[in-house]
Design a protein around this ligand. Structure first.
Ligand code: PAF
Length: 284
């Protein structure tokens, strides 16, 4: 497995892959790989001839008071894990390679409206940073498919819109969330939690499940009341909820009783750690 650090070297190598008529699967990550990330790479391995994972903690998607400096980094372990699943190559550039003028001075890619909702409302500019780095990676790597986790549901929806709106010829594959035995979605940020907090954190998915069950069972559910009850449930477990929103899945706008394809999205703080999760529901 080759590790590339420069765009020029990576492009040269990928040109040879393309010349051989091979398909490329791209797995963008910020490293600190857990089983969830590896499930993306495994699916890419199944579906594509050549698998490229990227490891880059992208500064432009972190707010000024967020955890960019402390974000968990475990490069050697990540490389070992990717080798085990027969990943073909890794792109691990430094910041100057991707942002030669410094992250603040670069062009930004912004998907309007949907980027301002939910996590975008609490983390202004976050999705512009994500869209910018993802567009750069798509321009650097002529992938056939790119793999993203469904845990970051809003990110996935925004990236789908980005490739649609900008005519980027890459198929976006969403990969189901992996969870620990308590139901907590796997996330690099779970590394910040101590044993007690890991137990507490399970309330987020439990509340999503309870709310989803209520919506399915109740013929006339009141979404605002359900959201209020969920926020209360999350608070009483010691988390500080950011939002809990029952949404129309295609638009991510608040759901109305006529919507059938729903997703419930939630974010909450446990200490300084921000957790997000979601659950999808199809109504008949
Ligand atoms: O989901 C992530 O890990 C990041 O947002 C991504 C897509 C790798 C962009 O930095």
């Amino acid at each position: 497995m080759h590790i590339y650090q420069t765009i020029a070297d990576l492009r040269q190598a990928l040109q040879l892959v393309k010349d051989d008529g091979l398909s490329i699967g791209l797995v963008p990550t910020m490293g600190n790989l857990h089983k969830g990330h590896l499930s993306l790479a495994r699916l890419a391995r199944e579906q594509c001839d050549f698998v490229l994972a990227t490891i880059f903690v992208n500064p432009t998607q972190f707010g000024p008071n967020e955890d960019f400096q402390n974000y968990p980094r475990s490069f050697d372990d990540d490389i070992a894990a990717l080798k085990l699943i027969n990943c073909d190559a890794v792109f691990a550039p430094n910041i100057e390679e991707l942002y030669p003028q410094g992250p603040k001075l670069e062009t930004l890619v912004s998907v309007p409206n949907i980027s301002k909702l939910l996590c975008g409302a609490s983390r202004p500019g976050h999705f512009d940073g994500v869209c910018t780095i993802v567009t750069k990676l798509f321009n650097i790597c002529p992938a056939n498919k790119a793999y993203f986790g469904e845990k970051d549901y809003q990110q996935l929806a925004i990236i789908r819109k980005l490739v649609h709106d900008l005519n980027i010829p890459i198929e976006i594959i969403g990969v189901p969330t992996l969870r620990n035995t308590s139901g907590l979605a796997l996330s690099s940020r779970n590394n910040y939690l101590n044993a007690e907090q890991l137990k507490q954190a399970a309330v987020l998915y439990k509340t999503l499940q309870l709310t989803a069950d209520s919506i399915k069972l109740d013929k006339n559910p009141n979404y605002s009341e359900l959201e209020e009850a969920a926020l209360e449930n999350i608070s009483s477990a010691g988390l500080k909820p950011d939002y809990f929103s029952i949404c129309d899945a295609p638009s991510l706008f608040p759901a109305t009783v006529n919507d059938k394809d729903l997703v419930i999205l939630a974010a909450a703080y446990l200490g300084n750690t921000r957790l997000i999760d979601n659950i999808s529901i199809k109504l008949a």
